[in-house]
Design a protein around this ligand. Structure first.
Ligand SMILES: Cc1cc2nc3c(=O)[nH]c(=O)nc-3n(C[C@H](O)[C@H](O)[C@H](O)COP(=O)(O)O)c2cc1C
Length: 233
C-alpha cells in the first residue's frame, strides 16, 4: 500500500501524502496489523504501564519488587504515565483518525501493547477507578488494526499477552470485584477488546485508615502475593 510508514501505519508526519492515500474505513482508523515475528526479541517482553502518580506511591513500592523479580525472565519495557504527555481524544483527533492520521508515537505505543508477552499495570485506586491519565493512555492506544479489530459480529483482539497483572492500593476498605471497585471491570473489558489473557489483581486495601505499622504489613502481604504470582506469570 502506498503512503504508509515503514511500519505500515500512516502517521501525522505523512500528512502531505495522506491526501492521496488509499483509505480507511469510515469512522475507524485503518492501521495494518502488527507483525509480531519481526519484533520478537530473544527474551520475552513484559510491558510495564506505570500510572503511580504520587511521589512515594505505595502501589509503586509493590510493583517495583514484583517487576524486579519478573525482570529475571522478561525484558521489561516501561511506559511511565507520570510524564503525562497524553491528551484525551477530542474532535480534532477523531477527524484525523478518519483520515487515517494517527501520531506515530501513539501507534508505536499501541504496537508495544500488541506485541508484549506480558503486561503489568500499576495504578492507585482513584475515584473508585484509576487515574484519568491511564484512561487517556488507553484511549490513545486503542487503535483499530493494531490492538483490536471489530465488525458487526463483535471484536477480536490483536494483542499477544496471555497474562496481565494489575497492581493497586486503595484508601478505603474496598475489595477487588465489589460493585464500588470500578477499575478491575474496566481493565477486564478492555482486555476482552484487545484480546489480552488472564487478568490477576494484587491489591492492598484500607491503607488510608490503617496505622503506619498496619500499612507496612499490608504492603508486605501484597508484595508476597505478587511474588507468588510471578512464579506462574
Ligand atoms: C485523587 C485521589 C483519589 C482517591 N480516590 C479514592 C477512592 O475513590 N477510593 C479509595 O478507596 N481511595 C481513594 N484514594 C486513596 C488512594 O487509593 C490510596 O491512598 C492509595 O493507597 C494511593 O496509592 P499510592 O500510595 O500508590 O499513591 C484516592 C487518592 C487520591 C490521591
Amino acid at each position: 500500500m502506498r503512503n504508509v510508514s515503514k511500519s505500515g501505519c500512516r502517521t501525522k508526519m505523512d500528512e502531505r501524502e495522506i491526501v492521496s492515500a488509499s483509505v480507511v474505513s469510515r469512522n475507524l482508523v485503518y492501521l495494518s496489523a502488527v507483525n509480531p515475528a519481526s519484533r520478537r526479541p530473544f527474551m520475552k517482553t513484559l510491558l510495564f504501564i506505570n500510572a503511580c502518580m504520587r511521589t512515594g506511591s505505595r502501589t509503586q513500592r509493590i510493583a517495583d519488587v514484583v517487576l524486579a523479580k519478573l525482570s529475571g525472565r522478561y525484558r521489561v519495557e516501561t511506559i511511565d504515565l507520570r510524564d503525562n504527555t497524553f491528551s484525551p481524544v477530542d474532535n480534532a483527533v477523531l477527524e484525523d483518525r478518519n483520515e487515517g492520521i494517527v501520531p506515530e508515537t501513539h501507534v508505536e505505543l499501541a504496537r508495544k501493547i500488541a506485541t508484549a508477552d506480558r503486561i503489568v499495570i500499576a495504578a492507585p485506586f482513584w475515584d473508585m477507578s484509576f487515574p484519568a491519565v491511564l484512561k487517556v493512555f488507553f484511549e490513545r492506544t486503542s487503535l483499530f488494526g493494531v490492538t483490536f479489530h471489530a465488525n458487526e459480529r463483535g471484536c477480536s483482539g490483536l494483542c499477544r499477552a496471555e497474562k496481565v497483572l494489575y497492581i493497586t492500593t486503595r484508601g478505603m476498605n474496598i475489595k477487588t470485584g465489589e460493585p464500588l471497585e470500578q477499575a478491575t471491570p474496566y481493565i477486564q473489558a478492555l482486555s476482552h477488546l484487545w484480546g489480552l489473557g488472564d487478568l490477576t489483581v494484587v491489591a492492598a486495601e484500607n491503607l488510608d485508615y490503617s496505622t503506619s505499622e498496619e500499612v507496612e504489613i499490608k504492603i508486605r502481604q501484597a508484595i508476597n502475593e505478587g511474588l507468588r504470582i510471578c512464579d506462574e506469570f
